[in-house]
Design a protein around this ligand. Structure first.
Ligand code: NAP
Ligand code: G4F
Length: 345
């Protein structure tokens, strides 16, 4: 019998890569998409169009993580072996603007799924994966951050994910559900949303290279992130649910880069020569002809910044045998290649 997986957040970056991975592993994949006024299936349309994927192995359903009835009904109908909760309002800055919605989707969303597993008597059948985040560490700058590091979230997003983290552990301990958290550090790809900093930098610098844009406007240049490739990270999600017991794992590359250095690396790859001048909000990158290529804009600064994220994924490497295959250079060249193709088509 084929295993059935249910992915909340299938239309997102990670949902799309995870669906591909599970289909390769011969799962029947069910995905939940939200109704939206414009098409939101751009990242998964190619799966539908793939003639090698049989129709009844990839199924989409309308639903919403803020709607208990749809969550409960879908879990009752499908009775999945594995549920991956990737659905979230996932933008940290936006969470300051929409804190209540973020709490509803990102915190209570996890509770709705766990409660639906219990309500439908699926505690022994259905395993649950919660998409946790390095944003849980927030203002705790003691690096590297590992499973035992104290949490100190620094945004409504981080606080909502903290609830989701603990409710997952609570349902594991109280009801013996196989419920696990992945504490994933930043991961990117050509499918990354356009408003996250790596994709924003890649898209702007590609357009600048092709003379379609003049300047990239950016926020804090000095935040440090541990950036990996989403393709590597969805493998970890699957491994976490294949482990013999439910547990929580940090997933990270163990390498740290500043936003400024990410800009330098992308510029180098695109052969755009830049020199940095000035300080604070006046800091700018200028090209050989004196054009301003990068300029700081206060509106991209957050009310509170997470400055220093660097993960230690020793536990996952040892217990799950997980390790990342993509380095930062390969990630950047993949993102540039894909963006250049997108612009030219
Ligand atoms: P993403 O691209 O923003 O995808 C989020 C997904 O959630 C989308 O499919 C989105 O649907 C869906 N969604 C949002 N609100 C929903 C709702 N109310 N009901 C149902 N679905 C909803 O995020 P991602 O980068 O793939 O990340 C996946 C998960 O991992 C998220 O929970 C994120 O918080 C977490 N995470 C991400 C990272 C990272 O670096 N990428 C690191 C740690 C944790 P639409 O397409 O309709 O918007
Ligand atoms: O790309 P970002 O928006 O990602 P952030 O805030 O680290 O959150 C992402 O990773 C988390 C895991 O740690 C996930 F949980 C979360 O869902 C999301 O996927 O920003 C990265 C850094 C920040 O320090 C931000 O202040 O880049 C800085 N930054 C500087 N200028 C900018 C910009 N971020 C954005 N989005 N846009 C800017 O113009």
């Amino acid at each position: 019998m084929k295993k059935k997986a249910l992915i909340f957040g299938i239309t997102g970056q990670d949902g799309s890569y995870l669906a591909e991975l599970l289909l390769k592993k011969k799962y029947i994949v069910h995905g939940v998409k939200r109704r939206s006024s414009s098409i939101n299936t751009g990242r998964i349309d190619h799966i539908y169009q793939d003639p090698h994927i049989k129709k009844r192995t990839f199924l989409l359903h309308y639903g919403d993580i803020t709607d208990s009835l749809s969550v409960t009904r879908l879990i009752k109908q499908i009775k999945p072996n594995e549920i991956y909760n990737l659905a979230a309002q996932s933008h940290v800055q936006v969470s300051f603007e929409s804190p209540e919605y973020t709490a509803n989707a990102d915190a209570i969303g996890a509770l709705r799924i766990l409660e639906a597993i219990r309500f439908n008597n699926l505690e022994k059948k259905t395993k649950f994966y919660q998409a946790g985040t390095s944003e849980l560490y927030g203002l705790n700058e003691k690096i590297p951050q590992r499973e035992s590091t104290n949490f100190h979230p620094a945004s409504p997003y981080g606080v909502a994910k903290l609830y989701a983290h603990w409710i997952t552990i609570n349902y594991r301990e109280a009801y013996k559900i196989f419920a696990s958290n992945g504490i994933l550090f930043n991961h990117e790809s050509p499918r990354r949303g356009e408003t996250f900093v790596t994709q924003k930098i890649v898209q702007a610098l590609c357009r600048i290279k092709l003379r379609k844009q003049k300047t990239l406007y950016i926020g804090n240049l000095y935040a440090k992130r541990d950036w990996g490739h989403a393709k590597d990270f969805v493998k970890a999600m699957w491994l976490i649910l294949q482990h013999k017991k439910p547990d929580d794992f940090v997933i990270s590359t163990g390498r740290q880069t500043t936003v400024k250095n990410f800009i330098n690396l992308v510029s180098k790859e695109l052969k755009i020569t830049i020199k940095w001048k000035g300080k604070g909000l006046k800091e700018k990158a200028i090209d050989e002809n004196g054009n301003i290529i990068v300029s700081c804009d206060k509106s991209y600064y957050r009310p509170l910044e997470v400055n220093n994220l660097l993960g230690d994924s020793k536990k996952a490497r040892k217990i799950l045998g997980w390790k990342p295959e993509f380095g930062l250079k390969k990630l950047i060249s993949d993102m540039i290649k894909s963006e250049m193709q997108r612009i030219s088509s």
